[in-house]
Design a protein around this ligand. Sequence first.
Ligand code: FMN
Ligand code: PLP
Length: 210
Amino acid sequence: MDEQLPTLRSEYAARSLVEADLPADPMDLFRDWFVDARELTEPNAMVVATVSADGQPSSRIVLLKGLDQQGFHFFTNQRSRKGEELAANPRCALLFPWHGLRRQVRVEGVATPLSRAEIDAYFHQRPRGAQLGALASPQSQPVTLEELNQRFADADAAYPEEVPVPDGWGGYAVRPHAIEFWQGGVNRLHDRFRYTLTEAGTWAVERLAP
Ligand SMILES: Cc1cc2nc3c(=O)[nH]c(=O)nc-3n(C[C@H](O)[C@H](O)[C@H](O)COP(=O)(O)O)c2cc1C
Ligand SMILES: Cc1ncc(COP(=O)(O)O)c(C=O)c1O
């Protein structure tokens, strides 16, 4: 297995990204690419990277659940590792790893908590099992399987009808200030275009070497 790793490779060629076709607003391109990504498994799965107070980066997958002027929305437990890190340092990065399309999108930005109304609205549209799971799970804390199952059963019994939004459960909007679109090309000469938000509020775009 280990000996095969150096030979594991794919060649990329299918499409190219042309400067003349780039929209002024990168969110327009993101939306177009997201339509293409719908053919993939969990196209809204994105990696969120945060940084601890002592400078240690960490990353994990979350699901993109909204997109608007505030940026990229996701939901999580605000007392989780990512939640604690974002409270201390809201700068973060997102990554959409769309391998099946030979594409990735990299976002750098700042996370702000979503409003109570947005959090409540999303929580109440989740399936009951996911709501109970969120209530039962002290996310990122050490736990035993017995404790977790007991907490789920207790929550299920305590709330036979509507499940309340757990304390500390919330969501964030990541407002981007840089977005890079990467399209795989032949000979590893991929197309990379990086949009950067200017002080005037417009986006500057440049091609980066692959
Ligand atoms: C496909 C996938 C989707 C996930 N979506 C979420 C999500 O939307 N919100 C969330 O809190 N955790 C989600 N998770 C779990 C996280 O990856 C992570 O384990 C959890 O949030 C705890 O991370 P932390 O300890 O770094 O805060 C998802 C995991 C996978 C593999
Ligand atoms: C811990 C956790 N929270 C939230 C989610 C997102 O789930 P939903 O689509 O129900 O919001 C996931 C998805 O895998 C998850 O694992």
